[in-house]
Design a protein around this ligand. Sequence first.
Ligand code: COA
Length: 337
Amino acid sequence: MTKMVIKGTGRYLPERVVTNDDLTKIMDTTDEWIQQRTGIEERRWVPEEGNVGASDLGLEASKIALSRAGWEPKDLDLIIFGTLSPDLFFPGSGCLLQSKLGLKSTPALDIRQQCTGFLYGMEIADAYIKSGYASRILLVGAEVHSTGIEMATRGRDVTVIFGDGAGAVCLEGVETDENVGVLATSLHAQGDHAEALMVEIPASRISPTRVTHEHLDEGRQWPKMDGRNIFKLAVKRLPEVSQTVLDKAGLTIDDIDMVIPHQANLRINQFFQKSMNIPDEKIFNNIQKYGNTTAGTIPIALDEVIEQKLIPEEKSTLLFAGLGAGVTWGAMIFRFM
Ligand code: COA
């Protein structure tokens, strides 16, 4: 049977470190508030000048993942790009990345799944590989949030939590009867909560023009978040969907070598850890250093887990889980070859 394996991972975080104290200079907040509520100590932002977009961060992460896989860009059958902060309103960042990789006709697909971009992307890649459509896929999760958040007290609930960064994985179909690759997935969306976390404009639903000076004056171009609602949904859905994939795979949490949750808030992940009885050494968090890099969080964390040799080199079993704007949520159990 065809199984999807990970051949290489990579990450790229911009060099510019922005501490909580740096944020206190541009809005009414404190290091104590941010650390207590979110666990975040610092995040990375792209340089103020240079027009660095999500595809540029994705390119750097991709180059590392491709070299670890031993692949050239021309070996790719498909690029899947997860982002909520695309370089352009359209076309998608996948097309821009494809060009930056020097490719001329390789298909490129953007997905708008926000914090579950990596989970949805993995499931799409697995389906393409199992259908025989593709055998080598580059999946990227990349965000440049810093140019799209409000640098003022009005936007502080959102601005303090988001960071810039990218992760990439090279995925390949292999023929094997071993129980490896994607063992179980459960993906969900509930559009009733779409406005609990959104950027409204430019919006095709607004007539007669999707963006006006008045909209900008009202600040409708900045993210708006009902943080409490998202928090409550996350602490309910993450354990629930993780249990679903464990049951589907016929495993228990003891069979998992490492849990890599989306990095939205350290407190959410602590609730999740407690309700699933996950020992400290089997859950990975790096939100303290990077904030929430949305589609980037899980592949960035995966790359660090591998680099720090926190999982066995062979046959390690990972649980990924996340919830974010949409709302969308999901979990996946993945076993390495
Ligand atoms: N610094 C200081 N005070 C802040 C602040 C900041 N950065 N952001 C909000 N506050 C204030 C609020 O204005 C409010 O003040 P008030 O009581 O005078 O009205 C107070 O802190 C409490 O705000 P609240 O929104 O209730 O805080 P919270 O405990 O819910 O924490 C979040 C806010 C955003 C940290 C939390 O709700 C959260 O993490 N939610 C989930 C978000 C998430 O996961 N988003 C991404 C999904 S991918």
